[in-house]
Design a protein around this ligand. Structure first.
Ligand code: ARG
Length: 459
């Protein structure tokens, strides 16, 4: 009555609640393609080194192809009582081809099997995330180009700081997403070693060829230590860290779009296609995509914390705790990937309201630094210039004026080196144009940054 592949030493059946508690098939069935790939590579190698007969190898391969067909056709009979994806596949193989199926697991353990399947999956997830980020980063670049020349306020402490180009803002996210991309590729590179052949933990007495399976499965090499191979999950932690960092960035751009699309700011208009209405307030247009992206950053951080906590107390090598590695990773991947797609779709449909951003860029004495720089260029120490301009800002605040509305007499009274000419530097346009240092917001620098970025993303 005990049909379990490991049932040999057991006399009575597994408690039903234990069976359900132990089972992972509901979620690890997502590894089925990797599991079949792994088994195909393993069995071919067993044939190549003479552990299995060629006829056995082709029988098993044929059976695995049939399993794959069933999976793809949606007819594969998933069974919770078979615990996980690995035992579901193996049991089905046995039903399809008979006793030879039992030879597939020669020189293999579920421990190196799951380590392999999961690595293959996470490696692909890294590449998918990087590719989706590449699309999004190209969108940042084309939006930077499309909105060239539009000025908006730049903030520090969310207080108006200095005027910047909207394109400069886009290029800031271009840089952040570029680093996310390299984090995912770096992680994929580091996990590019095959744990298959580590056995349960100590290696195997069978004369297997781990290099062959590694190569066949697209890895650069086999892992070097069997304990590490089955007992480490830092590859998944790296994926989750890269995802969490990326989500933090997506949450920040979300926060900015939520603010900037509000009635009070009015900088950007979000497309109808990516916003929602209110069931009671007819005027509402809510930035739900951005709010959800901001909120879902929390769950991806949680995914990372969950797995860090799972791993931290586990002795070498494999522990069943590791079964808890999959759901956080799947959850993070599903969350991250859809948000990357949504943003790549939504941003080109947003309209930046140049008239509003330009007025806003001029508010809040955003060009006060330019006036201080002007004075400093006349030889006045910057600290003194700062003090003088600070007083002028105070005067403007009291008399409800802008810097460019100051009288020449007031300027002269503030400092002997100030006169009406100084007011030329306090316009928004001249302030932006003046910031020509490398990496600055001056249009010529941003144009260069865009050109350089285009070269950088060329495949
Ligand atoms: N479902 C298990 C996991 O996800 C597979 C490995 C089980 N190994 C074992 N020795 N029980 O980790």
């Amino acid at each position: 009555m005990n049909k379990k592949p490991w049932g040999g030493r057991f006399e009575s059946a597994t408690n039903k609640l234990v069976e359900a508690f132990n089972a992972s098939v509901d979620f690890d069935k997502r590894l089925v393609l990797e599991d079949i790939d792994g088994s195909q590579a393993h069995v071919k190698m067993l044939g190549a080194v003479g552990i299995l007969e060629e006829s056995e190898v082709s029988e098993i391969l044929k059976g695995l192809r049939k399993v794959l067909e069933e999976v793809e056709g949606g007819t594969f009979p998933w069974r919770v009582e078979l615990e996980d994806v690995h035992m579901n596949v193996e049991t089905r193989l046995k039903e399809l081809i008979g006793a030879t199926a039992g030879k597939l697991h020669t020189a293999r353990s579920r421990n190196d099997q799951v380590a392999l399947d999961f690595r293959l999956w996470v490696k692909k997830a890294c590449i998918r995330a990087a590719q989706k980020l590449e699309t999004l980063r190209a969108v940042m670049l084309s939006e930077a180009e499309r909105n060239m020349g539009i000025v908006m306020p730049g903030y520090t402490h969310l207080q108006v700081a200095q005027p910047i180009l909207v394109s400069h803002w886009f290029m800031a996210y271009f840089e952040m997403f570029s680093r996310d991309i390299s984090r995912f590729y770096d992680a994929a590179n580091r996990m590019n070693e095959s744990p298959l052949g580590a056995g349960a933990l100590a290696g195997t007495p069978w004369q297997i060829d781990r290099h062959q399976t590694a190569l066949e499965l697209g890895f650069a090499a086999p892992t070097r230590n069997s304990l590490d191979s089955v007992g480490s999950r830092d590859f998944a932690l790296e994926y989750l860290s890269a995802s969490a960092i990326c989500m933090a960035t997506l949450s920040r751009i979300s926060e900015e779009l939520i603010l900037y699309s509000s009635f009070e700011f009015g900088f950007v208009t979000l497309p109808d296609s990516h916003t929602t209405g209110s069931s009671i307030m007819p005027q509402k247009k809510n930035p739900d995509v951005s709010e959800l992206a901001r909120g879902k950053a929390g769950r991806v951080f949680g995914d990372l914390m969950a797995l860090l906590t799972v791993v931290k107390g586990t002795p070498l090598a494999y522990n069943k705790d590791f079964q808890e590695d999959k759901e956080p990773v799947f959850d993070a991947a599903d969350t991250l990937e859809v948000i990357l797609e949504l943003y790549a779709d939504m941003l080109p449909l947003c309209t930046w309201n140049a008239a509003t951003t330009e007025i806003a860029a001029a508010r809040g004495y955003s060009t006060a630094t330019d006036l201080a720089d002007y004075l400093a260029r006349q030889g006045v120490p910057f600290r003194e210039a700062h003090e003088v301009v600070g007083k002028l800002v105070g005067l403007c605040v009291k008399t409800n004026r802008q810097l460019w509305q100051l009288e020449e007499t007031e300027l002269k009274a503030a400092h002997e080196k100030l006169d009406a000419r100084a007011l030329e530097v306090v316009t928004v346009q001249s302030s932006v144009a003046a910031r020509t240092s490398y990496g600055g917001t001056a249009p010529i620098r941003v144009q260069e940054a865009i050109l350089e970025a285009k070269k950088r993303i060329q495949p």
